[in-house]
Design a binder for this molecule. Structure first.
Ligand SMILES: Nc1ncnc2c1ncn2[C@@H]1O[C@H](COP(=O)(O)OP(=O)(O)O)[C@@H](O)[C@H]1O
Ligand SMILES: [Mg+2]
Length: 265
């Protein structure tokens, strides 16, 4: 479903991806694990062309993701779920999920916010999958953080994508809520046969939810295997220069890091 060869990406002199090779089979749930700055978000964004890679090859659902002209078709096939769910707070839950259909309807119908009966039925089905159908008419800002992320999942499902790219979807949630949200994501995508690439920096969630884990460090894949095979030495490669036990790695990864560009001094 996804095939990546020798993918590279630079930001100025900063080489962020250094020849990444990765194949993801249809229906697989792959977790990309790595510390902050490893290049996880950049890799995910290259897959649906929110970021243009510099070199290599990348095919997604049969499309050449580096050169195809129709980026909206690519993004319809590869839906994105963000850390901060990116829902529109003042809209109803149902309308937020329906925005997942916007890529599939004409510009005029999207401007007029007209949706077909089928789209509304589909959006309701997607809400049922995350057990939020009863909240459909409520304003989204009345929901909890975990519920908002479930709306984000429903919106991605409403796109009827082949692939879902989830960028640290539970990073701002408490552990119980995070597990619940990951369960909804895994169960819904498994039932629908959707391929998932999910960035996480928590080792224990990766072990629990990933069919397969790939470790990214300094823009290179340093691990590719299942959770049971992952050793302390593998963890040390994924979290270079950091404590090696899973608990320590998680504690370190969970530290909020601020990008230099975000510091206003
Ligand atoms: N838009 C950008 N412009 C410049 N540098 C960027 C940009 N996005 C990411 N980077 C840099 O690329 C590196 C990898 O970032 P990122 O892909 O966000 O890693 P991760 O998601 O693993 O934390 C970091 O050094 C980061 O500062
Ligand atoms: Mg990131």
């Amino acid at each position: 479903m996804i095939s990546i060869r020798q993918l590279t990406k630079h930001y100025g002199s900063n080489t962020v991806l250094r020849g990444v090779d990765l194949d993801v089979a249809a229906g697989e749930f792959v977790v990309v694990l790595g510390q902050s700055g490893a290049g996880k978000s950049t890799l995910l964004r290259c897959i649906n062309r929110l970021v243009q890679a510099d070199s290599g090859t990348l095919t997604v659902a049969g499309m050449d993701a580096l050169t195809c002209r129709d980026t909206s078709a690519l993004r319809r096939q590869a839906a994105m779920i963000f850390q901060h769910h990116n829902v529109v707070p003042r809209l109803s839950v149902l309308k937020n999920v329906l925005t997942g259909r916007l890529g599939a309807v004409s510009t005029l119908t999207s401007i007029l916010q007209l949706f077909s009966r089928e789209d509304v039925a589909l959006a309701m089905q997607c809400l049922e999958r995350v057990e939020l159908a009863h909240k459909a008419r409520e304003r989204t800002d009345a929901l909890s953080g975990g519920q908002m992320q479930r709306v984000g999942i429903a919106r991605a499902l409403a796109q009827r994508p082949k692939v879902i790219l989830a960028d640290e979807p539970v990073a701002s949630l408490d552990p119980n809520t995070a597990r619940l949200v990951l369960q909804y994501l895994r169960d819904a995508t498994r039932e629908l046969g959707i391929t998932v690439v999910c960035n996480l920096h928590q080792v224990d969630y990766a072990r629990e939810f990933g069919d397969r884990i790939v470790g990214l460090a300094h823009g290179k894949l340093v691990y590719d295997g299942n959770a049971a095979q992952m050793t302390e030495a593998d963890l040390q490669r994924i979290y270079p220069g950091q404590p090696v036990s899973a608990e320590d790695a998680e504690a370190t990864a969970a530290k909020p890091l601020i990008r230099a560009t975000e510091l206003r001094v």
